[in-house]
Design a protein around this ligand. Structure first.
Ligand code: SF4
Length: 339
């Protein structure tokens, strides 16, 4: 699944950087609209009269910019800081957390001043020494679809390979990862895949690779000796959910090398907020996502908005199912959390 943008906009100063110049020269030779713009934060010209059109067009728009804010946001509880190398993603998952945070036009942004971003990363690491500092590379994006153009993820992984006190992690649903297999990671980057059943992917995770492709890519990553993690999210209860999730875990077992170690699971059940539901209905009016408030338990959230989660009994069923099967299929694997 290869991302081919329909239009590529360059912030005017982006071409002063080698990566910006390279991308400009490359896309000028392609069949795409190329335009120079003033700022990567105020992008105009992406068409779309309705919310759906605006969303779809934005997902085919690549903006190449210079990251000015070099103050990294915290990323609790999973890491100390977010490491920003890109923003947004080419996938169109109906429940994507970015749908409510990136506005009506979630265009894809890449930053050309990677060296500056990594210098800043080094400063954060120095500041916390001798403690380890952990950075998350997928807090506001899926960094893999644009990697074939920028190479920034590989550069970041290799940067962390040289850091004694810094560690990196990111998560992806994409499988175009061959360029990362020979990066000198030295075990300092945890490569995570976001997985789900084929039914869930087909119904809700538009324009992302199928489960089998993600599992196969995870096999390659395991053979390249990366610490490997799996995010199974969102977990849904539906007719035959247990059978489907079991098939997923078994296919993972069959594909990963038998001696794979250091694998971890993060498990998140489906939940929604009133705000997310409204946004999903705007962009995906035909959605079949289960979002009936009366079928869920309401849980007050930490930031003043509540979320609708599965009932206590359903949560217990999910917990029991995953705890038992992960334990028996992957003895010794860590379940980091199940929420
Ligand atoms: Fe969002 Fe991830 Fe889907 Fe991309 S792949 S749309 S970041 S959930």
């Amino acid at each position: 699944m290869i991302f081919k943008p329909k239009r590529v906009y360059f912030e005017n100063t982006a071409r002063d950087y080698p990566l910006g110049k390279h991308l400009y020269d490359y896309f000028q030779g392609q069949d795409v609209e190329v335009k120079i713009i003033g700022s990567h934060n105020r992008v105009t010209g992406i068409p779309g009269k309705t919310s759906q059109q605006a969303y779809m067009e934005a997902k085919r728009t690549l903006v190449v910019g210079v990251r000015r804010t070099l103050k990294f946001s915290p990323c609790k509880p999973s890491a100390h800081y977010q490491l920003p190398i890109s923003t947004s993603c080419t996938g169109k998952c109906e429940y994507c957390y970015l749908n409510t945070t990136l506005g009506k036009k979630p265009y894809i942004r890449v930053y050309v001043n990677v060296d500056q971003i990594l210098d800043q990363t080094r400063k954060y690491i120095q500041g916390r020494k001798p403690e380890l500092t952990l950075f998350e590379g997928a807090a506001t994006s899926d960094p893999v679809p644009v990697e074939r153009y920028t190479g920034s993820l590989k550069k970041t992984i290799q940067f962390f390979g040289d850091q004694e006190s810094g560690r990196f992690r990111f998560v992806t649903k994409f499988t175009d990862i061959d360029s990362l297999l020979h990066a000198e990671h030295r075990g300092h980057t945890t490569f995570r895949f976001s997985l789900n059943t084929d039914r869930v992917i087909k119904d809700y995770e538009h324009d992302t690779p199928r489960a089998g492709e993600r599992v196969e890519a995870a096999g390659k990553v395991a053979r390249a000796d990366y610490p490997l993690g799996f995010l199974i999210a969102p977990i849904f209860i539906y007719d035959q959910w247990e059978k489907d999730y079991l098939t997923l875990l078994q296919s993972l077992r069959e594909t990963l090398p038998s001696n794979v170690k250091n694998i971890s699971f993060e498990l998140i059940t489906h939940r929604f907020t009133a705000r997310a539901k409204n946004r999903i209905l705007e962009v995906f009016p035909q959605t079949t996502l289960p979002m009936e408030e009366k079928e869920r338990k309401f849980k007050y959230g930490q930031f003043g908005y509540g979320k609708y989660i599965y009932t206590k009994e359903e949560m217990n069923d999910i917990k029991k199912f995953f705890a038992n099967h992960i334990e028996s299929i992957f003895p010794g694997a860590e379940i980091k959390y199940l929420v």
